[in-house]
Design a protein around this ligand. Sequence first.
Ligand code: IMP
Ligand code: MG
Length: 182
Amino acid sequence: MRDLVKTQQIMLNRAQIQQKIRELADELCRDYKNRLPVMLCVLNGSVLFFVDLIREMQIDLEIDFVKISSYGNSMKTSGEVKILKPPDCHLKGRDVIIVEDIIDSGLSVNFLRNWIAKFQPRSLACISLLVKDEAAVVTYDCEYVGFHIPNAFVVGYGLDYAQKYRNLPDIYVLDPEFVGET
Ligand code: IMP
Ligand code: MG
């Protein structure tokens, strides 16, 4: 399957992704210089983006991890979001940056922003590598966006289908026929 998925169309290759990450890191460094932001990785999908992003950021920062419930094994959202692992550090008074892999319906990011806001951070922002603008079912805020993409299901570079394909360095469009979800 891992090699077969490479017959699918590449949406963004590794060079395009890494170039965009350098631009995003520069932007964050300008905005968060001397603020010691807490970079909050949303597990599991954001992990590749997260490590590449923080490696490019030439400022002091802290990292933490939050896990929220995902889609299960389907391409469609269950619509229900839960915290499976809360962050460890104290967020009160901190500059918190949520690092997301992809925003689809917007439900996860909205839920997370509201949940974190209760800890009274000094500021709260979100960065997402990918945003599917046409898939939004709620309005949400995302201050930093890597790529605005069409409403397709994508895998690779952290993004999975049924937990697979996260370790591909490029991002592919997954045809529903390929996995038998038509
Ligand atoms: P949302 O709550 O609908 O915005 O979905 C956000 C989460 O759904 C993301 O963090 C991903 O884990 C997952 N997701 C949404 N679209 C895709 C996709 O195209 N490929 C893989 N995962 C996706
Ligand atoms: Mg995710």
